[in-house]
Write a protein that binds this ligand. Sequence first.
Ligand code: ADP
Length: 375
Amino acid sequence: MTKRVGIIGGGQLAWMMANAVKKLGLELIVQTPQADDPAVAIATQTIFAAIDDAAATAQLVPLCDVITFENEFINLTALSPLAQQVPFYPSLSSLAPLLDKYNQRSYLERLHLPTPKFVALSEGADLSQLGFPVVLKARQHGYDGKGTFIAKTRSQLEQWLKELGRGSEQWLLEEFVPFDCELAVMAARSRTGEIMIYPVVETQQVEQVCRRVLVLPQEPALVEQVDAIARTLLNSLDFVGVMGIEFFRVDGKVWVNETAPRTHNSGHYSLDACVTSQFEQQLRAVSGMPLGDPALRGTGAVMVNLLGYESTEQEYRSQRQQLEQIPHAHVYWYGKSMARVGRKMGHVTVTLSSAEREEALAIAQNIESIWYQSV
Ligand code: ADP
């Protein structure tokens, strides 16, 4: 029986598994570099090492019945000998097409899933296919918009490439999608191939970083498209675990922006608003249990990220207390010792009594006016 779940990465995503770990009678063993990383506090044991340190993962292996991931910064080649000794879920082969954004887009295209036009910069990108504005993306290690640049003109693009100073093999160029909104979904697949799909949510980014998630009813035709894409993708990868899939909505159709092979910011609302949270679902999937019900418990929810806006060691107690006074609010504070601009310090989910978009937006605005009060 699977009891000891290893997780590579000890940030807030692993930390938010705490209640589910207890509920399911599991133990979490974490590989993470710093003693003050959020998940260290909830782990039975921690291997203190960088997340891409495969020699440290070799020490994690004998302590675990299964190993999973908290992020996509994974060195597949270095881990592959270890996969003979312990199962990794998602498997290394199902992760292989996803870890590089160019390879990911190529994989989506092979599955005939809708995705923006793209080219690898190293292939002497023919920009005439893409036009301007154009989106320059780091093929690997991009997150929270770090590694995504929207160039309005050719000279701006050339200027950035010069300033960024990395080799052309590290970049991808893609067409700028004039989306009317961005959507996301969490989908889970078990070891036996059972699939559960969470509600489709709207995400709102500010400067390419997710700021809000609105969990409100979506048009059935749209949900059907998302559902079909998620099933095709998870089945064809033989994926085990939860995956976040981000979409652009253009004229009533969805295009895949990117996938994250793990729990995801757009699914945090599930902790308070769904029968089974994405964190419990991940643990269920990787440890061979039947999946839980992903349905909403109420009418909807709104989630707002608390992003750092200064460099400081503050704990923001008074702002957090004010946020807790909001009716039906659930405040999560990740306990990071240092705030930095754009760093995810916590989030707030408010469950809604109606499915009114105006109500959700007013709540989001209230949360932001409390959190960003000193900006
Ligand atoms: P990250 O992996 O850092 O989250 P994304 O590829 O998701 O990077 O890009 C971050 C944000 O940048 C997206 O949520 C979207 O708002 C914007 N963006 C990314 N790609 C495009 C595109 N092709 N067209 C228009 N906007 C884009």
